[in-house]
Design a protein around this ligand. Sequence first.
Ligand SMILES: O=c1[nH]c(=O)c2[nH]c(=O)[nH]c2[nH]1
Length: 292
Amino acid sequence: MSFFLGSNQYGKAGIRLVSVQRDGDRHLVTDFTVATALAGHLDDTHFTGDNSAVLPTDTQKNTVYAFAREFGVGEPEAFALRLAKHFVTTQEAIYHARVNIEQHTWERLAPHGEPAPHSFVRAGTETRRAEVIVTEDDVAVSSGLGDLTLLNTTNSEFHGFPRDKYTTLPETRERMLATSVEAWWDHDSADVDWGKSYAEARDALLTAFASTYSLSLQQTLFSMGSYVLHQCPSVDEIRLSLPNKHHHLVDLTPFGLDNPDQVYVAPTEPYGLIQGTVQRHQMVPTVGPQLW
Ligand SMILES: O=c1[nH]c(=O)c2[nH]c(=O)[nH]c2[nH]1
């Protein structure tokens, strides 16, 4: 019996790259977790162990560190583009390179109100993300973020849903709405001011979340995605994954107390998971990272 090799890729994941730009006394920190994944004419290594086309994952990792020194890191999209192009153009067997970067944010400390030249605090769990796919004749760039945790303490309702014999959820005209945003958006060009575009997209997500009077998290999702497309002309499609981080009012009547939307329990599980795509044009095929 013989079997067939399906799609495959290989690379190094979890490449931790911390780069310090020393501008005199004032330092800048860039903190990336990089993953590379190459695909191409790689049948032989799978069938016979002939590694003549297999650029070692160790070399891929070394290239990340060497490029950080030779060219600087800069914006994650630009660094990923440089790496992915390098692998496709220098390795004859490789015709598809994917580089994924997750950026961890360090904020400058400001003791006594004065920005510290070389002291930083890790800014929570939110991360900026970028993924680039380079083939012999195409380039695709996606940007994203994860663990952006948001909360509206009002302006959220949920009612009008179907009820069956298993439904216990009361209709509500007043609830908290909290989520932790994971999003990927695809650009229609690789010639973009990445820092500006990222700041605009993130700001659009925050603005839409804060200013949407929500009748469902689904409605909030569409509003957030639409506002990113409205504000960011280079973005063609955005995919959002929004866990509904429930906040339930605690019943304080056993203690003779009322609870006028003041005291909540916030269970972490189970949680609703609302996911959706917002597109500038219907049915644009996506090549970028998927959330589900
Ligand atoms: O915004 C919501 N969407 C739902 O689909 C849903 N389902 C649920 O139980 N609560 C909520 N809230």
